[in-house]
Ligand binder design. Structure first.
Ligand SMILES: [Ca+2]
Ligand SMILES: [Ca+2]
Ligand SMILES: [Ca+2]
Length: 333
């Protein structure tokens, strides 16, 4: 956080609660002490009356929606450690949400990049790590229709599934829908294979949705604290836009915990690695900048993020900006 200049940026703003960031993922532990104060509240919806008061198609959706269970509780389901061995990413959305906008100055835990913005929890990935393109599309459209300006997407697949031609087209249309409504779609660049990242520019190995060519996408690679590209991180001078912290990242975890207070299956304190961790830092930065400049368009916000990036050797000819997120420099734009 210090390395990307957030403390200097906060002298300008810590974000505006009217700026909504949708975390489209496994849900969020919305009872977490460091996240609950920053949850988006749907002020047009009366809770628990069984009526869709705001007529948006979702009954009693007061903090977001769960597209897996199709209910109004987008909670990030905790699972037993044994289940971790079977795969999946329990706690993934909670970890991402914390890096976007965990509360600061509350005496507990961590702080996100934009600690005063609002977090919308949209769950489309189950506790087993499974989510469908159709549900992702619903989540994207919900985010846009309910006022989110930044969509944080730490998910994807290598290539389009040829069996899902209609869904793939609909996913692109949903991202364009976000663009038409002035929203930015931040996407994890992807984690390659077996711990080794690859060049997303290759036609044979794109990572979707990060590599789609819609201009409102910002694709994010993962860096460590020495400005090195994470060994697992995808890159691409045409398809990946910028780098951000994504190696040994601390954040909020399910059960009101933090990633330095839980033990992973190997017995280590569980910091997290991934482009999943880097994308929320950029989403938070976009929300912070937009809070200070609400009149700016998505194009201007994206351009400010990319042109203020700090050039680093690891991303020379490997990302559009050639650099890493610099929130301090961004806030002077
Ligand atoms: Ca509703
Ligand atoms: Ca209601
Ligand atoms: Ca905090």
């Amino acid at each position: 956080m210090l390395d990307i200049g957030v403390q200097d940026a906060w002298t300008i703003t810590k974000g505006n609660p009217e700026m909504i960031v949708a975390v489209i993922d496994t849900g969020v532990d919305y009872t977490h002490e460091d996240l609950a104060p920053n949850l988006w509240r749907n002020s047009r919806e009366i809770p628990n009356n069984g009526i869709d008061d705001d007529n948006n198609g979702y009954v009693d959706d007061v903090i977001g929606w769960d597209f897996v269970s199709n209910d109004n509780k987008p909670f990030d389901l905790a699972v037993e450690p044994l289940q971790l061995l079977q795969g999946g990413n329990p706690g993934h959305g909670t970890h991402c949400a914390g890096n976007v906008g965990a509360r600061s100055d509350n005496g507990v835990g961590i702080s996100g990049v934009a600690p005063n913005v609002s977090l919308m929890s949209l769950r489309f990935i189950s506790e087993k790590g499974e989510g469908t393109t159709a549900e992702a599309i619903k989540a994207i459209r919900y985010a846009v229709d309910n006022g989110a300006k930044v969509l944080s997407n730490s998910w994807g697949s290598e290539g389009d599934d040829p069996a899902e031609e209609i869904e793939n087209k609909a996913l692109k249309e949903a991202i364009l829908y976000a663009q038409e409504h002035g929203a930015i779609f931040v996407a994890a660049a992807g984690n390659g294979h077996n711990g080794v990242g690859y060049n997303n520019d290759s036609d044979s190995k794109p990572a979707f949705p990060a590599s789609y060519d819609m201009d409102n996408i910002i694709s994010v690679a993962a860096l460590d604290n020495q400005d090195r590209l994470g060994s697992f991180s995808n890159w691409g001078v045409k398809t990946v836009d910028i780098g951000a912290p994504g190696v040994k990242v601390f954040s909020t975890t399910v059960g009101g915990k933090y990633s330095d207070t839980v033990i992973d299956m190997y017995g280590f304190k569980a910091t997290w690695d991934g482009t999943s961790m880097s994308a929320p830092h950029v989403a938070g930065a976009a929300a912070l900048y937009w809070s200070a400049h609400p009149e700016k368009t998505w194009q201007e916000v994206k351009e400010a993020i990319l042109t203020s990036a700090k050039p680093i050797d690891a991303l020379a000819n490997k990302a559009v900006s050639g650099g890493k997120l610099d929130v301090k420099a961004l806030m002077t734009r």
